[in-house]
Design a protein around this ligand. Structure first.
Ligand SMILES: [Zn+2]
Ligand SMILES: [Zn+2]
Length: 263
């Protein structure tokens, strides 16, 4: 079983229906989370996802709509009654992530790096790394993208007990670029940020047209458009889908919190 759940389809903009970036993957009993903007831990609990049993948390960049719930997650794992975690947790981030955690540990206390169970901190340069428990395994590789200087996207290969392999590319935040095409190359699923309408394009982010061009050049098989600012939302789901589909005629889902796909 390989299941993707879109936990947060929104952005930095406060929105009652959309949390900031967060994406959950279950592969057998391996649990992986990519990005965790504010409120993600609560959203995971609300969706019935095992926030206390994550094996790997990968962060794309320093922006708060992608990383703000990292310390709340570690604090909840340490202090929630009844959670006596022994299973190790891998934290994966951009270049400089380990130093950031050391700084935060200096401010908030030693629990940040010593939460009471084994914590492994890895950075983009250490990838690809593989997680394995019996048959299911996940490999994750960081690819630099064009956004903030440290920003990366992640390319996942997930293999279940039937040895089916599914490749997922998650852009994090990125501009339209050769790097984004390389990240998405031949993916079964492209999870693409789709921040703005094409007529409001801003540097460092994608539009429906940009998502469609990347998806076509990379020859992906399915698309989820997420990280929707009001500018993109104002187009309406049908128009976003039309603009992407015109360029790359594969199935497109417009992100909504709680969207679940069996891959
Ligand atoms: Zn960003
Ligand atoms: Zn963002």
């Amino acid at each position: 079983m390989i299941r993707y759940t879109l936990v947060g389809s929104g952005t930095v903009v406060p929105d009652g229906d959309r949390g900031p970036a967060a994406h959950h993957f279950a592969c057998g009993d391996l649990q992986l989370l990519c990005d965790l903007g504010s409120g993600t831990v609560r959203r995971l609990a609300a969706l019935g996802l095992p926030w206390h049993a994550l094996d790997l948390v990968a962060v794309t960049h320093r922006h708060q709509d992608h990383v703000a719930d990292l310390l709340p997650l570690l604090f909840a794992l340490r202090h929630t009654p009844g959670i006596d975690r022994v299973r190790p947790l891998t934290l994966l981030g951009y270049g400089g992530f380990a130093r950031d955690l050391e700084t935060l540990s200096g401010v908030y206390g030693g629990w940040v790096l010593d939460p009471g169970f084994p914590l492994e901190v890895r950075e983009a340069a250490d990838t690809p790394i593989e997680l394995e428990r019996g048959e299911p395994w996940i490999e994750i590789e960081a690819h630099p993208v064009v956004h903030s200087p440290e920003a990366v996207g992640y390319r996942l290969t997930l293999s279940d007990a039937e040895e089916r392999e599914v490749v997922v590319a998650y852009t994090g935040d990125t501009e339209e670029s050769a790097a984004a095409i390389g990240l998405a190359r031949d993916a079964d699923l492209l999870i693409a940020e789709c921040s703005m309408a094409d007529e409001d394009r801003v540097a460092g982010h994608l539009t429906p047209g940009g998502v469609g061009r990347i998806a076509r050049a990379a020859d992906v098989r399915r698309i989820v458009a997420t990280h929707l600012y009001p500018s993109a939302l104002a187009l309406g789901a049908r128009e976003i889908e039309r603009r992407i589909g015109e360029l790359c005629p594969v199935p497109v889902d417009i992100g909504a919190d709680g969207l679940t796909l069996d891959l």
